[in-house]
Write a protein that binds this ligand. Sequence first.
Ligand SMILES: Cc1ncc(COP(=O)(O)O)c(C=O)c1O
Length: 369
Amino acid sequence: MTTLVWDYLQEYENERADILDAVETVFSSGRLVLGDSVRGFEEEFAAYHGAGHCVGVDNGTNAIKLALQSLGVGPGDEVVTVSNTAAPTVVAIDSVGATPVFVDVDPDTYLMDTDQVAAVLTPRTRCLLPVHLYGQCVDLAPLERLAAEHDLLLVEDCAQAHGARRDGRLAGTTGDAAAFSFYPTKVLGAYGDGGAVLTSRDDAHHALRRLRYYGMEERYYVVGTPGHNSRLDEVQAEILRRKLRRLDGYVAGRRAVARRYEEGLADTGLVLPRTAAGNEHVYYVYTVRHPRRDAVIEALRTYDIELNISYPWPVHTMTGFAHLGYRPGSLPVTEELAGQIFSLPMYPALAPDVQDKVISAVRDVLAGL
Ligand SMILES: Cc1ncc(COP(=O)(O)O)c(C=O)c1O
């Protein structure tokens, strides 16, 4: 049987009764859209983070889009982010009419190199949008300082960092707003699409509720800028409520898998994830690096192990973003990484004996290169 890079079926087997009970709870509640489950999840997710407000939305991309719109980011504005991210980060910036501006990433953590941000600020810069990639947090302290000095907004992309902390602070609790995805693979994953925005700003909260609901405050009446239909689904919200109670357990499970990889692959020449000081990594993706990545992946094919590359193409090199004007070589660390990184199977229910097969396959392949 193929070992998948991510597999929810084991989790489903373990949690089946609770998941099906969540579905039954909603189906028999008499309210299928924006009911008690969305409200309950929003309260509980905000409370978990100690945040003022949570607004449930339909996916993580729209969480970023609505977060930006709720703070007034739009056409003519520049948003500073990274190209080493999932394309949706940048798609969301583009979708509000703003211009993404990229800085390179740190060669050790693969996260935004915050030292490069000051150099790309212009009078049009409106927002800084760090991505807590792979499960560890960007150092937000220098970004907070820049935001204060230049009157900029700070929006965190937390799609890959549920439960992650840096210097004790949970991902999603520092910026003006923070966007989460609950895509099934995520550390807190739904059984379908889902997303949320956290904010402690009352103005953004008010705008978010309106924007996800066509632009309406009252039913059938649009006020201000027309919005979208971007509601978090009631069934997914109820599942997420149940799973939120287990989030710390999922994180512990991921850390145990990471530790086993560390022990099993320490002396192989593979570059394993490096955790920056102060970070409590949640290992959404277990990203490793090797200069002969393609040969390693090719050789691993025969072992029936699925691997992934997050991400094979830096966003600034995609034809869909050619209009931004970046040339090959403009973000050298990001570009080099894209040719060298790949990710190993990682999910909390990954059984140790299955993981050991992955470790021994990788060891075999590296020894034979
Ligand atoms: C860093 C990052 N940002 C944004 C998103 C978008 O989330 P979604 O797929 O729920 O729209 C994802 C996930 O795909 C992501 O990994």
